[in-house]
Design a protein around this ligand. Sequence first.
Ligand code: CUA
Length: 349
Amino acid sequence: MAPGKPILKITGMLGALVAVVLVLTGRASADRYPLDTLSPKSDLTREILWLFKEVTILDSIVLAVVVVALGLAIFVFSSRTGEPGAPSVKHSDMWLEMAWTIIPALILIAITVPTVRTIVHTQPDRWPQGALTVRVVAHQWWWEFQYPSLGVTTADEVHIPANRVVHFELVSEDVIHSFFMPAIGGKRDVVPGQVNQITLDADVPGEYWGQCTEFCGTEHADMRFRAFVDTPGDFDKWVAHQLEPPVKPDSGPAADGAKIFANAPCAICHTIKGVSGFSKEYNFGFRGPDLTHFGERTTMAGSIMDNTPENVAKWIENPDAVKPGVKMPALGLSGPELSELVAYLESLK
Ligand code: CUA
């Protein structure tokens, strides 16, 4: 054996061990990584992280034992049979064989029991009274959120109350997607013709990132969303506001923009409650996000950019330039017409 090779092997293994230790101690993770699974903010993600750590610690112990045994074999017992210092050869040893059967069996049990327990705990069949149902509809490439019991529909940003069980029903309008909010829950596939579910209780108010995690076309990576875990009071306020009718501007650019909206094809795909509704008869074969309270969302276009007048204008002018392959067509609007339409959309607070 070439003298350098065992060293390389051991160095590689030690490197992996250091990486595991860094991850476990949180050194490789920080709040600046918004899709980090190591800072759980719900019962579901906390339990999954606990299982991950338990298995990783067990695996690290096994790795350490194997590395030490390998080191001994390489450096201490390297003499060949017949040479001075050669180990004696045994053809059978009952105790040794029992040990290497029983110890791995115990390790497998130590991994299996908590794994099965976590699988059972994370099944969505634990719906206590008072759970809030949110229907998540996946589209290429944006997320729609419906609250059937509250009569609210929104897009790109989901609000849920802290310390209350939320039951997500996941459906797809087109292809297979996957719903994942690393800090609070998921991931679970969203499959056409099927209703998948996730139940969780998020307990730390805050803003968390979500992402589609099943390749669903060219803009899969830009199929993002935000999850806002609100205090119960803030959530009630948000719901009350969502139930209010949309702003109807009387004059100024926003009022002119409202007329442009109603006469442009926007109104065929996008709902603004009391103004326009998705038309099953005259649609392009797909639906766009509900815009009733568009102006108060912080992000847009699958949560890939901040909701600012500049970004809205850029998006409407040429959606395909922002998100190649997107279903929203360019409407040929520019100049004052475009800025009036943007003013109207931004007024929908
Ligand atoms: Cu939707 Cu990937």
